[in-house]
Design a protein around this ligand. Structure first.
Ligand code: ZN
Ligand code: FE
Length: 272
């Protein structure tokens, strides 16, 4: 499987997925804007074969209608599938997905498994994609739930829901690629320096990501293994994170849920 990040808006990534690098059949994840997707498809002579959506926010669904119109103009009478969470309003959705659903787009050998990850929004889902070829790592498309070194804001869900969602994702194989919907890594790493100050992986990864961004390159995909070593939101049980929270709040968090809630609040107000 071949994945590619298209930059959109200020800091969004729209992921394009193809079965192989030389295959024109393309799936698009969270097309908040149609223009960069249409540009890429036309420039490379690709075919739109489906749209995958993680949650209802406009920077993830705003381009769906225009993409479908463009597709209908190219191949009249065809309708590409639009997969999205059953619990949210997704424009043009043809396949309403729930936790545990598994599907393969027509003609694809890859298997797409749906994981419910409420927190950022209540119906938010992630796609965990596995290939039959033994050497291909699995790929996770997690929208605004897990970011590199961070997590999404809690607009609709509770800290307990987000903790549970992040726990599910951290149990995926360590070589799973993490394809997030925003380039927030540098500001997240700055926060991770404060929230997990003794973590030398954070320092090393910050240097790598600064070099990537200086060249205009994405810091993504990350991997589950890397996130487990650098992401404070996956490390709420680590002594270094607990101690930093204790210094920040004046006493220890009662449990992992409170630790996550405090981390999220601290990050919301963090100025770097
Ligand atoms: Zn969002
Ligand atoms: Fe977003």
């Amino acid at each position: 499987m071949h994945t590619e990040a298209l930059a959109a808006f200020r800091d969004n990534y729209i992921w394009l997925i193809r079965p192989e690098a030389d295959d024109p059949r393309t799936l698009v994840v969270d097309p908040g804007d149609a223009a960069p997707v249409i540009d890429a498809l036309e420039r490379e002579g690709r075919e739109l074969r489906g749209i995958l959506v993680t949650h209802h926010h406009s920077d993830h669904v705003g381009g769906i209608a225009e993409l479908l119109r463009w597709q209908a103009g190219r191949q009249p009478g065809t309708q590409v599938p639009v997969w999205g969470p059953a619990a949210e309003h997704i424009p043009g959705r043809t396949h309403a997905l729930q936790h545990g659903d598994v599907f393969s787009p027509q003609g694809w050998t890859q298997r797409f498994a749906v994981i419910a990850v409420p927190g950022h929004t209540l119906g938010h889902i992630a796609y965990f994609v596995t290939s039959p070829e033994p050497d291909t790592p699995p790929a996770l498309f997690c929208g605004d739930t897990l970011f590199s070194a961070g997590c999404g804001r809690l607009f609709e869900g509770s800290p307990a829901q987000m903790l549970d969602s992040l726990n599910k994702l951290s149990q995926l194989p360590e070589n799973t690629t993490v394809n997030c919907a925003h380039e927030y890594t540098l500001s997240n790493l700055q926060f991770a320096r404060a929230a997990d100050p003794s973590n030398t992986w954070v320092v090393a990864h910050q240097a790598r990501c600064l070099a990537l961004r200086a060249q205009g390159l994405p810091t993504l995909p990350s991997s589950i293994g890397l996130e487990k070593s650098i992401n404070p939101f996956l490390r709420t049980a680590q002594p270094g994170v607990v101690q930093a929270l204790e210094r920040h709040r004046g006493h220890k968090p009662e449990d992992a849920v409170q630790a996550l809630a405090w981390l999220r609040e601290w990050k919301n107000n963090f100025k770097g």
